[in-house]
Design a protein around this ligand. Structure first.
Ligand code: FE2
Length: 374
């Protein structure tokens, strides 16, 4: 952890991004090249300069310790709904910790002098919600860029990554290089991204590190959140083949995981967050059809609960082609399967919810509409 050789000066190696944003809390994640303690300075979005006064410091801490590492997570709570905040992230290098003495090095921080401080806004009671969904990017940054560039980021509340953003997870560098650096450059420091894990994010020796980079409000990789009048229920699809398949080297236990998730889902749909929502939208990387084991398990374990709870639509990916499957006897809600080269733009208001699918060239491919619940 503390290399003996002289090393480069501390710097922020990947800029911050927002995770698990709710109307009162957020987690801010970033990395530094060297081990450090970390904090976020937060300021109201008033007309004062960030340097007007010392801003409140919120440390990356756990069990009363400031955490020392290179992946930093600061959890902020007690925020006001519908409110914009300014922030900067800060590191101080930790050179060594011997006995009871800690030796510190230099500082690194995001810029607030020449550049505007970073900002984020908590969701508030709004009738209008807009978000964008991409999936199955598989490390193709160019496709991600083409799709996200069609999104009017300032007018969009959040972005959903609906799984398979990379082929597998092998290292931090490969993960950032595969899609997160692009996401940060395009929006993720200032607009929240909600992630539904795909089956490919479960593959590779770095896959178990995923929750450290993409924490959620539930502490699990399945969770729900409210935005305006909508509740978005994010499910973790698991793997697509049987757990015993040669491809998984005997290291997955997805059937049991989906059973455990179904137990959570039964309770989650009873929560006021879901029950009182005017839009009940499910995000799940694998659709509940396709004939493979994982899809069948989702159909068996999740769909009956979602049917009973009045889910209105499921947004999926995984199949690398565009499908709108209408509701039927088994699945009582439409499933919009987005292809690997298209984007879904969602607009919800008190009249209707519109899900428009666009190609990389910005051509409207398809649309589905739903009505808000009373
Ligand atoms: Fe997939």
């Amino acid at each position: 952890m503390f290399p003996l050789l002289a090393q480069e000066k501390i710097k922020i190696s990947h800029l911050p991004y927002l995770q698990a944003l709710t109307d009162s809390s957020v987690s801010i994640i970033w990395t530094s090249n060297n081990p450090a303690i970390a904090w976020v300075e937060i300021a109201p979005n008033d007309s004062t300069h960030f340097y007007k006064q010392e801003r409140e410091k919120l440390f990356a801490q756990q069990y009363g310790f400031k955490m020392v590492g290179t992946v930093h997570q600061v959890n902020i709570s007690g925020l006001k709904p519908g409110t914009t905040y300014r922030y900067r992230v800060y590191n101080q290098e930790v050179l060594k910790h011997e006995g009871t003495r800690v030796q510190y090095g230099d500082f690194a921080a995001t810029n607030v002098y020449r550049e505007q401080p970073l900002k984020f806004k908590t969701p508030g009671p709004s009738a209008e919600v807009s978000f964008a969904v991409v999936n199955d990017i598989h490390g193709k940054n160019e496709v991600l860029r083409n799709l996200i560039k069609q999104v009017d980021i300032p007018k969009t509340d959040f972005v959903v990554f609906n799984g398979d953003m990379v082929d597998n997870l092998l290292s931090e560098n490969q993960m950032y290089g595969g899609f997160m650096d692009t996401a940060i450059a395009l929006f993720a420091s200032e607009k929240p991204m909600y992630y539904a894990r795909g089956n490919h994010e479960t593959r590779g020796s770095f896959a178990t590190a995923y929750p450290k980079y993409f924490p959620t409000s539930s502490g699990e990789l399945y969770y729900l959140f409210n935005y305006g009048e909508a509740c978005i229920l994010v499910l973790d699809c698991g793997e697509d083949k049987p757990d015993s398949d040669i491809e998984y080297s005997g290291i997955v236990d997805m059937d049991a995981y989906r059973s455990q998730q179904a137990k959570w889902l039964e309770k989650a749909v009873e929560s006021p967050l879901f029950k009182n929502a005017k839009y009940k939208i499910v995000i799940c990387h694998m659709p509940p059809f396709g004939g493979w084991h994982g899809s069948q398990d989702i159909r068996d374990k999740f769909v009956p609960i979602l049917n009973k709870a009045g889910a209105q639509i499921m947004l999926s990916g995984h199949l690398h082609r565009h499908i709108i499957q209408k509701q039927d006897q088994q699945v009582h809600f439409p499933v919009l399967v987005n292809s690997n080269v298209n984007l879904i733009k969602v607009q919800l208001n008190d009249q209707e919810g519109s899900f428009k699918v666009y190609s990389q060239e910005g051509k409207l491919v398809d649309e589905i509409k739903i009505k808000p619940l009373n």
